[in-house]
Write a protein that binds this ligand. Sequence first.
Ligand code: FES
Ligand SMILES: [Fe+2]
Length: 360
Amino acid sequence: MAGAQEYKLGAFAFPRGWFMLGDAATLEAKPTTLHFFGKDMVFYRGQSGKPHLVHAYCPHMGAHLGKNSTSYVVRDGEQVQGESIRCPFHGWRFGEDGKCDDIPYSPNFIPKSACLKTYPVIERAGIIWMWHDPEGGQPDHELPAFAAWDKQDEGWVRWVIDDFGTLPIHQIEIVDNMADYGHMSPIHGSLDCQYFDNVFDGTKIIQRFDAGHRTLTDASSPVLSLDTWYEGPGILQSEMHGAFPSHMLIAHTPVEDGTVRLWHALMVKLPKADPSAEDLEMARAFQVASRDALAQDVEIWANKEASINPMQIPADGPYGKVRLWYRQFYNPREEAAATHKRIDGTVITFGEKRPDPIAA
Ligand code: FES
Ligand SMILES: [Fe+2]
């Protein structure tokens, strides 16, 4: 298992960006322990349902805010009040800004330093997302909109979350996939590639790919057109222009430096809103096919050794440039503009001109 230092990613052990924490349906109101970025954190919902994410340990004397079932604070249902969370040990309570707002046995004195670290979190498209920044700054790029989630009236069927669990691999090897032209045929069954390129654009990287496929295409639509892009280091989306338009998500979040949790999801646009049970079944079957395609990559990732320096040949995609792009998230944000200036642009790996360009 190799970490950020072995891959020479930069100053930080973990990247800056928006990251998935989990399926919103499974993250309920009760304080829940989460472990990402080598840190213990506690997720809870305020009484309004609003999600909150805080450091797991109380600044008073270090009690765990999420691992308690026997304190009367927890048994009496007094742990979450309004948007605040109360520690099970001495009952100190912390507001959504992290500041202590009540010490039951000290009505007149609350130390200014009694503050719990909080992390920005957003619930969107059925998923809880957090902003992680080793420099402690506010987001410097937006969380994607996942607009199709709210377009059920146009025939979009919402995704369900496929959880691939934690893989013993650094996420850079998942991001490498953006340049990995050579695995498309052996792993995924792509046929007769027509075009493959990568566009580097600030915090975004795009892959445009057109090819046939052993099972996903037929005589009526022989070419599968894919636009795939990262917005930031941990959120991949892909639009497949085949028999039905679909919108795929692959999200990955570091657990420790060298291990990563991986999720997949897919929304499909059916020809009509108000789908029948049969239509819905077909949309689900699309998601299963897409999940199974990712599982082909996952089997490789789960069993490979670290590739610190890929042995790149001229016919490969631009692995080196993808890794340069990825390094921006492991270094101070003030250095990112210089990286963009250096690498922004298009690299064509196969073909000359995209046959039927579709904007990502
Ligand atoms: S350790 Fe949390 S209130 Fe004392
Ligand atoms: Fe792949």
